[in-house]
Design a protein around this ligand. Structure first.
Ligand code: HEM
Length: 372
């Protein structure tokens, strides 16, 4: 007997075993669109991943798998699935995906992308307890106050000169939040008016809002929450599976990238009534009043959750409401566009800044002596 038929049957056997294994494996993955050879689903993804994922998830459901070239990913936009992934399986998803570009840009010492090892543990403790802990935040309060006064003073100068060159589209999370919130307020004058009334009642117009006022400004707080819901500055949480993980009937294999689509979650009509409307009052209703942004309510996770959650949360939640409140305490904002409406489109990318600079003229509603 010649060797040729033997080699043929052996190859056929091995090939079928491999195909069967691949089919069995893929059957246990969450549903996914048809993939092309080599590119996988890359042809379905646009410049804003969260928009593309959102569109696909309306068809493939709250947990779907995706192939970015040869890399396997899963995408979720459901609070319940997110809870199972990031709370029940917190340790499994406590890693992120680093890349040569990130290593190069951060001189291989990124904290946010560090593997879940001793370096990350050390940095997390250092930032949470020391750099961004409550004691340090209190220590740096005079510096933050000074910066806020500088900003307001600058705006008074602009308002005197009628200048409109104001607020460029920043890419850092805090400036993005203030810009989106302010843009929403300009487009919703009734909400702005209600917020200004609250500040006038609680603080008055003779001194500038300060961080200690924020607990007494519940309407400002819900404006920030509502802004985070519609415009999460980081629209996709990004993690990587350190182990195989079973979610319902699905297996998510070790090494899979996980994307939690916060942007999509904030716009889900199953979770939110009139999700595309900017309505801060929704967070005052009985069913939503408990929701905060600290990572325990899986419907609203602008700072992420669990062990890879954002250590800058307390700092951000002290300065953001204060900055926004101070700006609207001292000014009304006239938009320069002919229709008087602010364009709300996003710039494509991994964060979601405004596409257009927010250009408007500050019109003073307090005396400049409010800042020292
Ligand atoms: C509006 C303000 C901010 C938002 C919306 C925000 C959002 C986020 C989100 C979504 C994550 C990923 C969390 C996860 O995977 O679960 C993150 C991580 C992180 N953030 Fe923030 N952030 C903000 C401000 C800050 C500030 C002010 C700092 C520092 C001064 C900071 C430092 C970090 C660091 C170091 C990480 C990585 C943590 C880790 O991997 O363990 N963030 N942030």
């Amino acid at each position: 007997m010649t060797l040729q038929p033997l080699i043929f049957y052996a190859s056929l056997f091995i090939l079928s075993a491999l195909v069967l294994k691949a089919i069995k494996h893929s059957r246990r993955l969450p549903p996914s669109p048809w993939a092309l050879p080599i590119v996988g689903h890359l042809h379905l993804l646009g410049p804003s991943l969260h928009h593309s994922f959102h569109k696909l998830s309306t068809r493939y459901g709250p947990l779907m798998s995706i192939r970015i070239g040869s890399v396997l990913g899963v995408v979720t936009s459901s609070p319940d699935v997110t809870k199972e992934l990031l709370k029940t399986n917190d340790v499994t998803f406590a890693a992120r995906n680093s890349s040569a570009a990130i290593e190069c840009l951060t001189y291989n010492s990124s904290f946010a992308f560090a593997p879940n090892g001793p370096y990350w543990q050390f940095m997390k403790k250092l930032t949470t307890v020391e750099l961004l802990g409550s004691r340090t935040l209190l220590q740096f309060l005079p510096i933050r106050t000074n910066e806020l006064h500088e900003l307001i003073r600058f705006l008074f100068e602009k308002s005197k000169s009628g200048g409109s060159d104001f607020l460029t589209a920043g890419t850092d999370t805090s400036s993005m939040t203030v810009e989106w919130a302010l843009a929403e307020l300009i487009n919703h004058p009734m909400v702005l008016q209600k917020a200004q009334q609250e500040i006038d009642q609680v603080v008055g117009r003779n001194r500038l809002v300060q961080e200690s006022d924020v607990p007494h400004l519940p309407y400002i707080q819900v404006i920030i929450k509502e802004s985070f819901r519609i415009h999460p500055p980081i629209p996709l949480l990004n993690r990587r599976a350190l182990e195989d993980c079973k979610i319902g009937n699905y297996i998510i294999p070790k090494g899979t990238l996980l994307f939690v689509n916060l942007w999509s979650m904030g716009r889900d009509p199953e979770t939110w009534k009139n999700p595309l409307e900017f309505q801060p009052e929704r967070f005052l209703s009985e069913s939503n009043s408990e929701i905060d942004v600290r990572g325990l309510h899986y419907r609203l996770l602008p700072f992420g959750t669990g062990r890879r959650g954002c250590p800058g949360l307390s700092l951000a939640m002290q300065e953001l409401p204060t900055t926004l409140a101070a700006m609207i305490q001292c000014f009304n904002f006239k938009v320069t566009s002919p229709d008087g409406v602010v364009d709300m489109s996003e710039r494509p990318g991994l964060s979601s800044p405004r596409a257009q600079d927010l250009v408007c003229v500050p019109v003073a509603r307090c005396a400049p002596s409010i800042v020292n």
